[in-house]
Design a protein around this ligand. Structure first.
Ligand SMILES: Cc1cc2nc3c(=O)[nH]c(=O)nc-3n(C[C@H](O)[C@H](O)[C@H](O)COP(=O)(O)OP(=O)(O)OC[C@H]3O[C@@H](n4cnc5c(N)ncnc54)[C@H](O)[C@@H]3O)c2cc1C
Length: 378
């Protein structure tokens, strides 16, 4: 069996790992990206497609702003637009307390120039003839938007390959060891790699690799429930969210309405499904929110597997135990938008040892400090 040497091995070809591969090639590094299935086939390719900054805590907004710039440049970077549109993201308030939260968020995020517009109940009524009678107001972020994850996420891996990265799909990583200088990686049927740098971007499955290097994290999996309708005449200009959660909806360029809310079910470590009670609840909310959906057929439902840490923030940065190891996982239902920036940050860390975007709150050491239980449940 031959042993190959490279500069950086990346475990996981989601949007984070693939973006890192692309950025590393831009900085001249030799890269091998190892993906167990198909690149972008997991969380990154099955998500709702919301590309929003609104609602993120200020500690995530520097990353989100960096990603916002990358999203604007998709055609140059990927050779396609991925159906990315800055359609606006509108968050609805259904009570005075919810509206107060939106007002407070606008204040909290003021330094980040999100361009939030707070709408009164009368303004919502005037602008949203398609909305059910539930809103007492809302907050519009005109430059947030939506994209097609099925197109965008694999395209990052293809762009990395075109830029010279070796992208190996159907190559599960079975074992990684570190000899003090090099990582020894065993993957696929018979691949043996040696590299001084390893990126752990294995999504909801990244906990096992972190634990193998003495950094267990209390990550658990979530499975957001999704559904899509038949094509309808265009009526919904924005991607919609609701303050306090519950449901989110957007209409694609072909007229289909994609909606999410509630949790699906894991059949095993790989497969997920949406059950009837969750779907019924989701559709009841969808019709109340958007009456034009009343007679629509639902074409498909699905879910995915996503990693959540207790503070709902990702792990992004260097390992605290092993030189050359960098983590980027646990993006908790919101990593599609910031994924491309997280990938760039990982590449920067490899190249210079520093990130030009603040990432201190995302250190893996916060779990060691908190004395969190050493549990990892992929
Ligand atoms: C249903 C759903 C809806 C969502 N909606 C949104 C949204 O609207 N907006 C938003 O911003 N975010 C959303 N998210 C979250 C977002 O999709 C994720 O945070 C993001 O895609 C995470 O990317 P990733 O690269 O970290 O993980 P993934 O896309 O899961 O990629 C990790 C990859 O690692 C591979 N892997 C794992 N173990 C190994 C191994 N041993 N060897 C090789 N490969 C391995 C996996 O096969 C996988 O492809 C949603 C998530 C879900 C599930």
């Amino acid at each position: 069996m031959s042993v190959q040497h490279t500069g950086v091995v990346i475990v996981g070809g989601g949007i984070v790992g693939a973006s890192a591969a692309l950025a590393l090639r831009g900085l001249g590094h030799a890269v091998v990206l190892l993906e167990r299935d198909l690149c972008g086939s997991r969380s990154s390719g099955v998500n709702y497609g919301g590309v929003r900054r609104q609602g993120r805590l200020p500690i995530q907004l520097p990353l989100a702003q960096r990603a916002h710039q990358i999203w604007a440049e998709l055609p140059q970077r990927l050779g396609m637009d991925g159906e990315y549109r800055r359609s606006g993201h509108f968050k609805i308030a259904r009570s005075a307390a919810d509206m107060a939260q939106l007002v407070s968020y606008a204040e909290l995020s003021r330094d980040f120039d999100l361009g939030l517009q707070l709408l009164s109940a009368a303004q919502v009524r005037a602008r949203c003839s398609w909305l059910g009678g539930v809103a007492v107001g809302g907050s519009l972020c005109p430059e947030d938007g939506q994209a097609n994850p099925r197109l965008v996420s694999p395209a990052f891996a293809r762009a990395a390959a075109r830029a010279g990265a070796t992208v190996l799909e159907h190559h599960p990583v079975h074992e990684v060891q570190h000899d003090g200088q090099l990582f020894h990686v065993r993957a696929g049927q018979a691949l043996q790699l040696r590299a001084p740098v390893l990126l752990n971007t294995a999504g909801a499955w990244a906990g096992a690799l972190a634990a193998a290097f003495g950094e267990p994290v209390p990550m658990h999996s979530g499975h957001p429930a999704m559904a899509v309708s038949e094509p309808l005449p265009a009526f919904l200009p924005w991607s919609l969210g609701v303050e306090g959660g519950g449901i989110y909806c957007r209409q694609t360029p072909s007229g289909q309405v994609v909606m999410g809310g509630g949790q699906g079910l894991a059949l095993d470590g790989q497969r997920t499904r949406v059950q009837a009670p969750t779907l019924t609840h989701l559709l009841q909310q969808a019709v109340a929110l958007l009456p034009p959906l009343r007679h629509a057929q639902i074409l498909r439902t699905w879910s995915g597997t996503e990693g959540y840490l207790p503070d709902r923030q990702p792990v992004l940065g260097p390992s605290s135990t092993t030189p050359g190891l960098f983590h980027g996982f646990g993006f908790a239902g919101a990593g599609f938008q910031i994924g491309p920036a997280a990938g760039e940050v990982l590449a920067e860390l490899v190249h210079t040892g520093h990130s030009s975007t603040p990432i201190a709150p995302f250190s893996i050491q916060r779990f060691a400090r908190d004395g969190a239980p050493p549990v990892s449940t992929p």
